[in-house]
Design a protein around this ligand. Structure first.
Ligand code: MG
Length: 356
């Protein structure tokens, strides 16, 4: 199941909204932050591209920004104006897919997997549409998952579309700083460099799993081992669609025994069906996930004609999907997910509407 994820990131959003509503500020260095007084405490929220040319960036103290560019226009943060522009942009995105996950006022993921267009053509259309309707520019990244889509949108800013495909992932990631990866902030980056000599994502790919786990702990080490290879299977989380329901398990000892894996899939499917009944959903798409010993993760999915919560059918569907995997390597983890959820109306509780 190949996914197409777009990461839409508005360019210098707060400053761009200010320049849009005050044409006299266009082309000038504009710094939005705090109360707008550059001599007060507080930090830069957004600097216009003209201000960035002076070395001003987000999170910089306003006083420092003032020293770098005293003639910049300093403005207070006006969340109600930015919120209104943000709602307009999110509404545009939802015309293209119901699966939109806002990350902040100026950023969102959009799942375009079921769109008929070539991803780049779709992204170009969305970019133009945002510009025509709002007067604001966006940079859009395209990738097979959220991680790569977000990295892609940052590669060419502003007002650009950038795509990372499975074929280009290795080459694109190789020379990027490790800080492009989720969870690698300045502190972790410094630790990686001091202890392992790692600066780039390519450097990180050469570090064995055990060494990463030793440095960062088992869970985080494993996460980083996967993300530095561009692997990410996190779902789009919307604020009105229920999430998928899933269960997964990691074997204590990797296995390639088919009977063992079938038993695991059956048990996980039964757990998911229990969750569907408890929470009052039927689901339409059954997905099985297999992670091999080498951490390659594959998923296979089948969409049923209509949403169901029947235990036997879901279990049989999941087990049948196993035939579509090559069991040529030891398996480390198995997961079962049911998505495309609809309310049955007789659940014990309302669930799942996670808003980041
Ligand atoms: Mg932005």
């Amino acid at each position: 199941m190949t996914r197409t994820i777009l990461h839409v990131d508005m360019d210098a959003f707060f400053a761009a909204v200010e320049q849009l509503r005050r044409p006299e500020l266009r082309g000038k260095p504009v710094v939005v932050g705090g109360s707008g007084n550059p001599h007060s405490r507080g930090v830069v929220s957004t600097a216009s591209y003209e201000a960035r040319a002076y070395g001003i960036h987000s999170a910089m103290p306003l006083r420092t920004a003032f020293n770098k560019c005293p003639h910049a226009v300093f403005l207070p943060v006006d969340f109600s104006a930015y919120g209104a522009a943000s709602r307009q942009i999110m509404a545009i995105l939802r015309e293209y897919s119901p699966l939109v996950e806002p990350l902040s006022l100026d950023e969102a993921f959009l799942d375009a997997s079921s769109r008929p267009e070539v991803p780049r053509a779709l992204a170009e259309e969305i970019r133009r549409r945002i510009k025509d309707d709002t007067g604001l520019t966006a940079s859009i990244g395209i990738g097979p998952n959220k991680l790569l889509a977000k990295i892609a949108s940052g590669l060419h800013k502003p007002d650009a579309v950038t795509e990372i495909t499975p074929d280009t992932t290795t080459a694109v990631l190789r020379d990027l700083p490790a800080t492009v990866l989720w969870g690698v902030g300045p502190k972790t980056a410094a630790r990686l460099e001091q202890t392992l000599g790692v600066r780039t994502v390519g450097d990180l790919q050469r570090i064995p799993l055990a060494q990463l786990q030793e440095l960062l702990g088992p869970r985080w080490g494993e996460d980083l081992y996967r993300t530095c290879r561009g692997e990410d299977d996190s779902p789009i989380v919307t604020d009105w669609e229920p999430k998928s329901l899933s269960r997964e398990t990691t074997y204590q000892y990797d296995t390639r025994r088919r009977e063992t894996i079938i038993a695991t899939i059956s048990a996980l499917a039964a757990d998911v069906v229990g969750d569907l009944h408890d929470e009052g959903y039927r689901g339409r798409t059954v997905t099985v996930k297999i992670r091999y010993r080498d951490f390659r993760t594959h998923t296979r999915a089948l969409t049923l004609p209509e949403p169901i919560n029947d235990g036997d059918t879901i279990r049989q569907t999941a087990v049948a999907l196993l035939d579509r995997f090559a069991l040529d390597r030891p398996v480390r983890l198995v997961g079962v997910r049911v998505s495309g959820l609809v309310k049955t109306g007789n659940g014990k509780q309302e669930t799942g509407n996670a808003e980041p």
